[in-house]
Design a binder for this molecule. Structure first.
Ligand SMILES: Nc1ncnc2c1ncn2[C@@H]1O[C@H](COP(=O)(O)OP(=O)(O)OP(=O)(O)O)[C@@H](O)[C@H]1O
Ligand SMILES: [Mg+2]
Length: 211
């Protein structure tokens, strides 16, 4: 599903990420582990095509990301990558349902409102569709962000530290929801985390060494 080869990324000349080689197959569940500062978030940015590595090749599905340019890459990402960032970035002025409908709109895909409503119900926040994000609990907002990440049926579902702020029960629920939703759309799942509580949910682990 994706292949990384000879990846290095530098910020202002300082090496932040080294991935000699990493290959994941369609539908696999990967934990991306490593200490704080080892480059996990940077690597998710590379996989999402948000960040072009200083060197190396990134292939996701049939796309060589280094061969794609800005707007083309944006369209590709909108259709094929679901991203749950650490800060959820829900649009404060839009309702939960409108936040969800924004993702297909931006990707140029069409989705019917009832389909979005039923996705909200599947992630357990169906009754919150009309609410504004600021009125949600952290766990509820995260469910909305997971729904937004899978609504376009991505090939690749990425989540950055999804359990950092959650207690044990909610952390387990968040991981169950991510794996369930990844399976529902056949996506490869990569969760970046240094949370040891969740490692049991992942058959595969890629570890970034600390400096
Ligand atoms: N925009 C940036 N400009 C300069 N340096 C950066 C930038 N983003 C990250 N870095 C540096 O790159 C390294 C890797 O950062 P990154 O955020 O990818 O690590 P991480 O593994 O996600 O850490 P954490 O577990 O704390 O989230 C760190 O040394 C960080 O300071
Ligand atoms: Mg990080």
């Amino acid at each position: 599903m994706f292949t990384l080869h000879g990846i290095e990324h530098r910020y202002d000349g300082a090496v932040a990420l080294v991935v000699p080689t990493w290959e994941a197959l369609r539908g696999e569940r990967w934990l991306l582990a490593g200490p704080s500062g080892s480059g996990k978030s940077t690597l998710l940015g590379v996989l999402a095509g948000l960040l072009r590595p200083t060197s190396g090749t990134v292939t996701v599905g049939d796309q060589d990301l280094s061969q794609r340019s800005g707007p083309e890459l944006d369209r590709w990402r909108g259709r094929h990558v679901g991203y749950v960032p650490q800060r959820l970035h829900l649009v404060a002025s839009l309702s939960v349902l409108e936040n969800l409908l924004l993702a297909p709109y931006l990707a140029g895909a069409s989705i019917e409102r009832p389909a979005a409503e039923s996705l909200l119900a599947r992630v357990g926040v169906g009754e919150l569709a009309a609410r504004l994000p600021e009125t949600l609990s952290q766990g509820q907002a995260q469910r909305v962000a997971i729904a937004r990440a899978v609504i376009n049926r991505p090939l690749l579902l990425l989540a950055d530290e999804p359990t950092a702020a959650l207690d044990d029960a909610h952390a387990a629920q968040a991981i169950a929801l991510l794996t369930e939703q990844a399976d529902a759309v056949g996506a490869t799942l990569v969760v970046a985390s240094h949370d040891a509580r969740i490692s049991g949910a992942f058959p595969h682990t890629y570890v970034l060494p600390g400096s």
